[in-house]
Design a protein around this ligand. Sequence first.
Ligand code: BG6
Length: 461
Amino acid sequence: PETGCLSIIVLGASGDLAKKKTFPALFNLYRQGFLQLNEVHIFGYARTKISDDELRNRIQGYLSSGNEGSEDVSKFLQLIKYVSGSYDAAEGFQALDKAISEHETSRNSSEESSRRLFYLALPPSVYPQVCKMIKNYCTTKSDLGGWTRIVVEKPFGKDLASAEELSSQIGELFNEPQIYRIDHYLGKELVQNLLVLRFANRFFLPLWNRDNIDNVQIVFREDFGTEGRGGYFDEYGIIRDIIQNHLLQVLCLVAMEKPVSLKPEHIRDEKVKVLQSVVPIKDEEVVLGQYEGYRDDPTVPDNSNTPTFATMVLRIHNERWEGVPFILKAGKALNSRKADIRVQFKDVPGDIFKSQKQGRNEFVIRLQPSEAILHEAYGQATWGVVIPEAYERLILDTIRGDQQHFVRRDELKAAWEIFTPLLHRIDNGEFKPIAYKPGSRGPAEADELLEKAGYVQTHGY
Ligand code: BG6
């Protein structure tokens, strides 16, 4: 492992994402011994003018419950310093650089390199200017190696053109190996284990194709609405918020061919191929919904056309998957909270149980709320695992320089290519969402679409 001073700089430190995800993940990494006290320092940066202690107080409440007042919490909080400044002016970033450098000088011996990890917990609209400031004022100066890495959060753009523009702007400042595009679904344990399940398992390996699998469903449901995020959500909608990134990334891992090796580039090469094999989505294979009451949010326009629910069928044109529908389904304000991968197998020939059966052989991987692998035939979890939070894993990967679970630029482009025509039609008001009741399963039309695609509703779960 690399040694030397590690500075983690959270930009947007007073925002929601930083408080709820980034700092708690850093705290857990610290508590588990992944961040060494004598090496690491954490900096918060944002526009709000507050003191170090005020930032610490704001974060404290979000660190895992049960730890309040513990020695761990106070030691961790002491690692955090705050610098305030704007996102487009040199002074703030010069002050930030000064603070980081002081820390480095105090910690590093002359032979050690410095590592700077910038976590942008910010809206993408400011990414280019912030990256420019980091590049100009805050990159590692050490000539002993070391590195500067940038972590960015979705949404990376709103469509193909804006995503490409964003990629070029950031790409002019940093190389691809320095850019870590986070999709936190890739940090979930069972998502990470999909490759093991598929490629290291003699049961699944020979079954995983069109000869045995009838359809695949990747479902995300939430039993709450946009709650305070209406302004953000209305600009993006469920396809950009969940389907284009989280669900599509899962689809890649379910559908990709075996990579040449486990090297990040080899894995990402195969994911890109899957995305490039997806054929244009047909209108008749899309159902959009919007829950009743969504527009009551004062930050949502009264005539909003933004879908809060979508079900669609993706078709992969290759030897393994021709004819197998991949159904992606996501919705807010539904009847339950869960994220599942559901693989339905074809009926066995000459099935002697046909008259007694309700449903099909279905293999379910549950990603949310608690990860588990289930088999419909038994109707219960065969095992459940305690797992680290997705963000912890991904931040640790960034420190270690492992890009396997991050989205590469060409992958992002291929992902936007799939959805952009549909998104433009929705944005232009040509495709309207169907109203559904909060707490329901979503529009009935979605279930009809599923049935048409060959999905057989199973009981339970
Ligand atoms: C985020 C979306 O990326 O993922 C949210 O912006 C969503 O709308 C969240 O609620 C869901 O993540 P998880 O891990 O709770 O399934």
